[in-house]
Design a protein around this ligand. Structure first.
Ligand SMILES: [Zn+2]
Length: 191
């Protein structure tokens, strides 16, 4: 990481599922395939999709692996509005009171009581990178991006963990809102 430049990655709509949900939707004993390793160590995109059914319509989302303890569907505000849901903006894992939905897979369907969120923008930090910038776990920072739609993202939660690689995660509403692209992928932390 050069100075305080942060790599910014856009996350498309996706979900994390529990083992039991995976089996319910894809059949007992189903094992996820790895389509692509993600920047965070151990995390991967799969070729598997499920359908998230909202009150107005439905949308297909990619499953990210590995399995987690709880089902978590991460949509952009645009995706959520299109299917008739109004999820809260939350950090990963903070699902209490979030809306549920029906999930449909190739081998079955289930109803979840909660789990649909808009991901709160965040930066994953290695312990070393956070220390170099004087940033602590759960601290809120701002990140400035340049370009035709230059802007400052506020309310960015820093998450520091020895298991992480340093990168910032935005959903595509935010990513496109700043006209980020393969040639404009870095932001600058402004405390
Ligand atoms: Zn993330």
């Amino acid at each position: 990481m050069a100075e305080n430049k942060i790599l910014i990655e856009g996350s498309g709509k996706h979900c994390h599922v529990s083992q039991s949900t995976l089996y319910a939707l894809f059949g007992d004993g189903f094992e996820m395939e790895v389509k692509k390793e993600l920047s965070q160590p151990g995390q991967f995109a799969t070729p598997h999709k499920i359908t998230v059914v909202g009150p107005k319509r439905s949308t297909d989302v990619t499953i990210l692996g590995p399995c987690r303890n709880a089902d978590q569907i991460e949509l952009s505000l645009t995706d959520a509005t299109a299917i008739g849901l109004k999820p809260p903006i939350r950090e990963s894992g903070d699902l209490a009171g979030s809306p549920g939905c029906k999930l449909i897979g190739p081998k079955g369907e289930i109803e979840i009581k909660e789990g649909v969120i808009i991901a709160k923008r965040h930066i994953h930090f290695t312990v070393e990178d956070a220390a170099a910038l004087g940033i602590k776990d759960k601290q809120t920072v701002s990140v400035k991006v340049d370009g035709d739609r230059a802007l400052v993202f506020g309310e960015v939660v820093a998450r520091v963990n020895p298991e992480y690689a340093t990168s910032m995660h935005l959903d595509y509403d935010e990513y496109n809102g700043a006209a980020l692209s393969a040639s404009n992928t870095y932001g600058e932390i402004v405390l």
